[in-house]
Design a binder for this molecule. Structure first.
Ligand code: TTP
Ligand code: MG
Length: 374
């Protein structure tokens, strides 16, 4: 049976909420983010600001250089959370197969929905009208026969767009798509693909498929499938959380031997987040030992003063401050420069309780994984 998958993504979500609530912020370049003088970072910006080249995750000070009249406001997370819940409630009116990807993004499988005469396009139009009327922001929607194509489609006419990719259009549409549009292809993977002559999906011919599988294994196989628009993944209503992490951009770059207080602070914040989430019903403990959290690994990331980044991960699950300290030493040795940002986190095992803690040994990864999910 042909599936009907919708991908819904709010337009400049945090900024849209701020504009909704303050008319003075409408029609001017606006960003939500941290203070430029305190080395803040842009979380997102409206489309007026994007015209100047301002982007998410950019240093606020740099964003101000690109667009001196940029207005930067602090985030109000509680409001975003409420809007995200309202959007979720609207989606649930059409199907229970809703898979949230982030606060403002979700997949819906409406294959079996009878509402709106079973038309995914009518459902999408209704969702767009309701989000605008009930929440006061716009969303862009993509519709297709699988998750990958639906997500590509939602990006097509952003902001405030609706795009359908029909099965009959896929073979004409996919070849011209740059491989950088494929989820999981980040900067490093893209460089590797470009190196072997792959820029567009059409470059992945049968010879290249073999090369991809040899070089990237399972991920290479998956890339070949996605490049042809094939994706069998189901919409999963309860997507398991993969990791919990906290990070901090420091007010000033610090030397490695001055990093202990920051590391301790981050470690405490991480412990608080884990215990906060477990109070909300997430279980992190092994059934045989109520005290032992079940993490598949712990990791630490560093951004250095020249913006080079590294992540160190170990399958040792002791999740102690000293374990993070060891990771920090390993990561720092790779570049040996002053530190700009530090982050610590745990990855959750897929099936809590299944892992054999005793058999896990210390296992440092070489560098930031190109295809790992963060
Ligand atoms: P996105 O959906 O990636 O971005 P967006 O909704 O702001 O813009 P678009 O119109 O392109 O969809 O992320 C949703 C929210 O998540 C965004 O409003 C702010 C937050 N966010 C960050 O805090 N940091 C980031 O680096 C990114 C990408 C998003
Ligand atoms: Mg969005």
């Amino acid at each position: 049976m042909q599936r009907k998958i919708i991908h819904c993504d709010a337009d400049c979500f945090f900024a849209a909420i701020e504009m909704r609530d303050n008319i003075a912020l409408q029609g001017i370049p606006l960003a939500v983010g941290g203070d430029p003088s305190r080395r803040g970072v842009i979380a997102t910006c409206n489309y007026e600001a994007r015209a100047f080249g301002v982007r998410s995750a950019m240093a606020s000070a740099y964003a101000k250089k690109l667009c001196p009249q940029l207005r930067i406001v602090p985030h109000s997370m509680e409001k975003y959370r409420i809007a995200a819940q309202q959007m979720r409630a609207i989606f649930e009116d059409y199907t229970h197969l809703v898979e949230p990807l982030s606060l403002d993004e979700a997949f819906l499988d409406v294959s079996s929905t009878r509402l709106c005469r079973g038309s995914a396009t009518l459902i999408a139009e209704e969702i767009r009208r309701r989000v605008s009327a009930e929440i006061g922001i716009t969303v862009s929607i993509g519709i297709s026969s699988n998750k990958f194509l639906a997500k590509i489609a939602s990006d097509w006419k952003k902001p405030d767009g609706l795009t359908v990719i029909e099965p009959s259009q896929v073979s004409a549409f996919m070849p011209n798509l740059p491989v950088s549009s494929i989820p999981g292809v980040g900067r490093k993977t893209l460089a590797k693909l470009n190196n072997i002559g792959i820029h567009y999906c059409s470059d992945i011919n049968s010879n290249k498929k073999i090369e991809l599988i040899q070089r990237f294994g399972k991920f290479g196989q998956r890339l070949s499938e996605l490049a042809e628009g094939r994706d069998d993944r189901e919409v999963q209503p309860h997507r398991p959380r993969k990791s919990i992490s906290v990070e901090k951009t420091l007010d000033q770059d610090i030397a490695h031997d001055k990093s202990e207080p920051v590391l301790s602070e981050l470690y405490l914040r991480l412990c608080e987040r884990i215990s906060g989430l477990s109070k909300n019903g997430l279980s992190f403990t092994d059934s045989s030992s109520k005290e032992t959290p079940i993490f598949s690994s712990i990791f630490l990331k560093i951004t250095f003063n020249d913006f080079s980044k590294t992540t160190v991960e170990t399958s040792d699950q002791s999740h102690s401050l000293s374990a993070y300290r060891q990771l920090l030493d390993v990561g720092w040795k790779r570049y040996q420069k002053p530190i700009r940002l530090l982050g610590v986190g745990v990855r959750l095992s897929e099936a809590p309780g299944d892992i054999d803690i005793m058999s896990c040994q210390l296992d440092f990864f070489v560098d930031e994984s190109v295809i790992g999910s963060h």
